[in-house]
Ligand binder design. Structure first.
Ligand SMILES: *Cc1c(COP(=O)(O)O)cnc(C)c1O
Length: 456
């Protein structure tokens, strides 16, 4: 077993294919339904929003999809990413557990998001698209797509959740640097935005609302398409470069993880890291526990229901079979902006329903405390989203210590927090609070789904 701190790969070891877990799931995902007719959606329903190649990737059961050379060459700018063994953190936690982390913060935008932004921009360019619209929460997706659109010469219009637009002005500047236009959402630029503003002029916004705005803009213009940074099957697919590299790196370290942990917003970084490991569980019965960590203030996986629900707030997207808190749910304004989403991707939801993955919800103070300890031991300041994974790693490491057992833990350090210093400042000044939903609140939001079909 290696005692190295860094486990690196060469450029030749960057994966040449994405791994599609739809080939190996015991129960396939249920189809998305048309919001009007409630019939399964076909490719033609999605073509106003997405290029055909991405629509194909959304539904294919082919196990491996070739990564185009143009995408591979851009991946080489930051891939392969390093895998670290957290020796100093292990010593601090006085745990027999071995802790490894895959670091995606070395990408241009500082997170895992460019792994899908680049292929999405590429396929749009291939099909002659001039402009893309999108939403962003904390600004990580918006900045990743701004970079990717700049690379391929496509215009980008970003609807940024208003609370993040105000809390995180530097992400907007980053998007502007790469040439994108950024608007706080809800905005008066769309019917969806106007509708929300008329009811709630001070709405902090939510990812669901921003998606409604971006989708509306794309649907109304034949030269414009829409891009989503998480949730959809093709997004999860692109992120599997992360886990395929990590699999190879863990092999070089002479280990296979007992536990794989990642923060959970819509499921893309969790899927990206865990699916290549989960494949060994599905195909060979290898033991590996994959844990998605969500904020206690937005607990769709642990307290939501598996239902058909919209991906956006206004109800313009297809109905997706997913764990959800209801599409009108607006999470508390916690700093982990990327985790403030009411639903979860269809694939991850099906896997959770089938008991093949696990989920936990953690309060933000425990997460920030873990994030600060991580920065003090390992040096890197984690994104607030990533601190959710770290908090669960701490729990696992303590359990291993109490049980006196070896345990190999791998987690996704899916982004750095250097543009989230305002969040850390709030934490140090004691301005952050824990927040948990009451059962009554959960029930009220879910009751809005009564009129939609049950996923059976
Ligand atoms: C967007 C984002 C998330 C949440 O989205 P997923 O699709 O669940 O990965 C988590 N962490 C970071 C750093 C992000 O940028």
């Amino acid at each position: 077993m290696s005692q190295d701190h860094k486990i690196l790969l060469s450029e030749k070891e960057i994966p040449r294919q994405w791994y599609n877990i739809q080939a190996d799931m015991p129960n396939p995902c249920l189809p998305p339904l048309h919001p009007g007719t409630k019939a399964p959606v076909g490719p033609e329903d999605l073509s106003p929003l997405f290029p055909m190649e991405l629509i194909k990737q959304e539904v294919t059961r082919e196990r491996y999809i070739e990564i185009p050379d143009e995408v591979f060459n851009i991946y080489k700018i930051w891939r392969p990413t390093p895998l670290f063994r957290a020796h100093r953190l292990e010593a601090f936690l006085d745990t027999p557990a071995h802790i490894y982390y895959k670091y995606e913060g070395v990408s241009p935008a500082g997170s895992h998001k460019p792994n899908t932004a680049v292929p999405q921009a590429y396929y749009n360019k291939q099909e002659g698209v001039k402009k893309i619209t999108t939403e962003t929460g904390a600004g990580q997706w918006g900045s990743a797509l701004a970079y990717a659109c700049h690379v391929f010469g496509i215009d980008l219009e970003v609807y940024m959740v208003k609370v993040s637009y105000e809390q995180k002005p530097y992400r907007k500047t980053l998007m502007n640097t790469w040439g994108a236009e950024v608007f706080p959402s809800p905005s008066p630029r769309t019917q969806a935005g106007k509708q929300i503003l008329s009811r709630q002029p001070n709405s902090p916004g939510s990812l669901g609302i921003a998606i409604s705005e971006a989708v509306e803009r794309a649907a109304g213009d034949p030269d414009t398409k829409y891009a989503l940074g998480s949730v959809l099957n093709h997004v999860l697919l692109h992120q599997t470069v992360v886990g395929q590299e990590a699999l190879l790196q863990m092999e070089k370290a002479g280990e296979f993880p007992d536990v794989v942990i990642a923060p959970f917003g819509g499921g893309s970084n969790f899927a990206g890291l865990s699916f290549p490991f989960l494949r060994h569980k599905l195909k060979e019965g290898r033991k590996v526990r994959c844990i998605a960590v969500e904020p206690a203030s937005c607990p769709k996986l642990t307290r939501g229901e598996f239902r058909y629900d919209f991906g956006d707030t206004v109800g313009m997207t297809p109905l997706i079979p997913m764990y959800t808190l209801g599409h009108s749910f607006v999470p508390a304004s916690i700093h982990a902006g990327g985790l403030r989403y009411h639903g979860a991707g269809a694939i991850v939801s099906q896997l959770l329903k089938d008991g093949l993955i696990d989920a936990v919800a953690i309060q933000q103070l425990e997460c920030f405390q873990a994030g600060v300890t991580f920065a003090r031991t390992e040096g890197i300041l984690p994104a607030p989203e990533a601190t959710h994974a770290i908090a669960e790693v701490f729990r696992q490491a303590r359990q291993a210590r109490e049980a006196g057992e070896a345990r190999t833990i791998l987690f996704n350090l899916c982004g750095h927090g250097y543009l989230d210093l305002a969040a850390y400042e709030d934490y140090f000044n004691g301005n952050l609070k824990d927040h948990e939903l009451t059962d009554q609140e959960v029930k009220e939001h879910l009751s809005e789904l009564a009129e939609y079909p049950l996923p059976v």
